[in-house]
Design a protein around this ligand. Sequence first.
Ligand SMILES: Cc1ncc(COP(=O)(O)OP(=O)(O)O)c(N)n1
Ligand SMILES: Cc1ncsc1CCOP(=O)(O)O
Ligand SMILES: [Mg+2]
Length: 380
Amino acid sequence: MTYDKNSGDDHRPNLPPSSGEQLAALRILDANFNRVSEGLRVVEEYCRFALEDRHLAQNAKEIRHDIGHLAAGISPETLAKARETLRDVGTGVTLGSEKTRAGILDVVIASTKRVEQSLRAIEEYAKLGYPQLSAAAKQLRYRAYTLARAMLLTDHHRQQMAKRLLYVLIDGRASDAEFASLVRMLVEARVDVLQLRDKRLTDRQLLEKAQLLKSLVEQFAPAGAEETAERPLLVMNDRPDLALLARLDGVHVGQDELPVDAVRKIVGPEMLVGVSTHSIEQARQAVLDGASYIGCGPVFPSNTKQFGSFVGTEFLAQVAAEIQLPAFAIGGITLENLPQVTAAGFSRVAVSAAVSSAADPATAARLLKTELLAAAARQA
Ligand SMILES: Cc1ncc(COP(=O)(O)OP(=O)(O)O)c(N)n1
Ligand SMILES: Cc1ncsc1CCOP(=O)(O)O
Ligand SMILES: [Mg+2]
């Protein structure tokens, strides 16, 4: 489809076809189509070579191609005519700050901003005669924004979760004393993430248990442990409101609970938001939604929760090949079947029964962690 004035496009303003204003607008569109494509190429390279995230790289590529299609809507002759008519006074004007960048992230952030600004310029100037193009540019600006957010969050969360391999789900136990004893063992065994998941408790009991969990971990972890990753991150299952009230580090939601953007409205931008995924499409979506990590499962039959079907290790292999966001395999994982999980390219697991129901939870956790560290070293 073309957006030219003589193409039958609707809602045209009454500008004369050869007006200087419209030629200027066309030149602005032309320059910004080029700028946005260049910026997206920089973003795509970052996703591909720095993040090594095939999914995000593909997403950047798709946006770049869609921008190409948008630009093709204005005939090359029209653009060529506009290019010749006016002299580009902006050529060669660069700001000092554009010549150097502090690091690779700076490079990609600058490009991301350029992409969004250029799409905004297209959106505004296309209003002079190309309303459909303007609307399409607006959609692409949202997509570029979503990509940029996912890209920057992926980097941040990857750093936060970098060395966190063993994730243990615990219930509230029969008493606070029993709960405290389990938490102490798991902190000492260097479990990396602890999730409070207890579907039996009332809201009030859950909040109290979450607050107890927080104070126990502060008590049992070595001083200054937060910075050195020596204390487990604390996650609340299902409930962003309770995670916030108990000042935990994160919340985990499933496909039937609140979506990430709604969760973020409650907990803000910093808190970890984990998402359960059962297919590669859901995993891709979680990346774009800005999840901090994903749970992938159920891999095997579980004694903790009943399932009708299982994703198996094929899904894990797909995720390992494509997605860089930290991903934890979950569902019936034990020390015995762990080799199948690590063979699929995973070195992160979330377990409940294998640790929480073990006769000796501390030893069970330590054994799992040793295997995961070895797998991570092999996969590095
Ligand atoms: C780390 C992790 N992964 C997956 C789940 C499962 O979440 P969900 O599908 O919402 O099921 P419930 O736990 O709510 O029964 C999880 N909790 N943690
Ligand atoms: C809550 C949940 N979601 C997928 S598997 C699972 C249970 C994990 O527990 P276990 O490790 O005992 O199978
Ligand atoms: Mg849930």
